[in-house]
Design a protein around this ligand. Structure first.
Ligand SMILES: [Zn+2]
Ligand SMILES: [Zn+2]
Ligand SMILES: [Zn+2]
Length: 281
């Protein structure tokens, strides 16, 4: 399994519009963060996307995503959903299965109402088939299981991806994870976990709360994502180093292989080996 971090920023992204702080002005490419999203490739070539933030088009071009087999949503906040229309070129061959919890699927139907209405022929719309799920979904050789969590008072899903010999868990925007979900996460090869900043926040884990969750889940390694502009990548890496755990800040374009021997942290997305076949119009 290979994971590509498409975006590692909080809802504003970094740089924040109109902000002149040191992190927003940083020259370090790891301090440029699109809105949070992740792309997973299974061992048999399955292509899975979690969330479509406002930069989805830019992220998909950069990561050379040519095909999608399934799209999973954590929740329907704008920073996780509003790039949905841009999956259009990847849905020409038939409807893309889309999965989420009841509130998320209801919000998608409401906010993207035009997708589900009959409109004049020729008007381009993404073809998607949304479903509410409460349990595992099979995508090729991967079993994808919802990991329920709380984002303030909002019910959200994390997602656990398992194939033979590899387990990856993505949980972002959580401020509380129930014990039953920790049972699903326990011992995973890799956890990508949302952590906003050092200071507490009412609807997101702080760094310290995220580290407590990493310990409780007893995962082999973890990465922090959904990061805000209060800390540079270097500062978050230094904080992670002091925990004594196998945990690092994520950054846009980061590729994580499971097993870990296939990591390629600093791969330039522009030099990826992926080739897209020519698509008929
Ligand atoms: Zn968010
Ligand atoms: Zn800033
Ligand atoms: Zn959110």
């Amino acid at each position: 399994m290979r994971i590509t971090v498409l975006g590692s920023g909080t809802s504003h992204g970094i740089p924040v519009v109109g902000c002149g702080c040191a992190v927003c002005r940083s020259e370090d490419p790891r301090d440029k963060r699109y809105r949070a999203s992740v792309f997973i490739e299974g061992a048999a070539g399955e292509n899975i996307l979690i969330d479509t933030g406002p930069e989805f088009r830019l992220q998909a071009v950069r990561a050379r995503i040519c095909r999608l087999d399934a799209l999973f949503y954590t929740h329907a906040h704008a920073d996780h959903l509003h790039g949905l229309d841009d999956v259009r070129p990847l849905t020409q061959d038939g409807p893309l299965p889309v999965y989420g919890n009841p509130a998320t699927i209801e919000d998608i139907r409401e906010r993207f109402r035009y997708i589900f209405e009959e409109t004049q022929p020729g008007g381009g719309k993404p073809k998607i088939a949304p479903s509410v799920v409460y349990g595992p979904v099979v995508v090729g050789g991967l079993t994808v299981t919802p990991v329920p969590a709380q984002h303030g008072t909002l019910d959200i899903y994390g997602w656990k991806m398992a194939e033979s010999g590899a387990v990856f868990v993505y949980v972002t925007d959580a401020s509380f994870i129930p014990d039953a979900s920790f049972d699903l996460m326990r011992g995973a090869d890799c956890l990508l976990l949302g952590a906003l900043r050092a200071r507490p926040h009412s609807t997101h884990f702080s760094f310290d709360q995220a580290i407590e969750a990493v310990k409780k889940a007893a995962v082999k390694e973890a990465y922090l994502t959904h990061l805000c502009h209060e800390h540079s990548h270097e500062e978050i890496a230094a904080y992670c180093g002091r925990t004594g755990l196998q945990v690092l800040p994520a950054f846009d374009g980061m590729r994580i292989g499971i097993p870990a021997s296939t990591h390629s942290f600093f791969e330039n997305a522009q030099s990826g080996e992926r080739r897209c076949s020519v698509r008929r119009e």
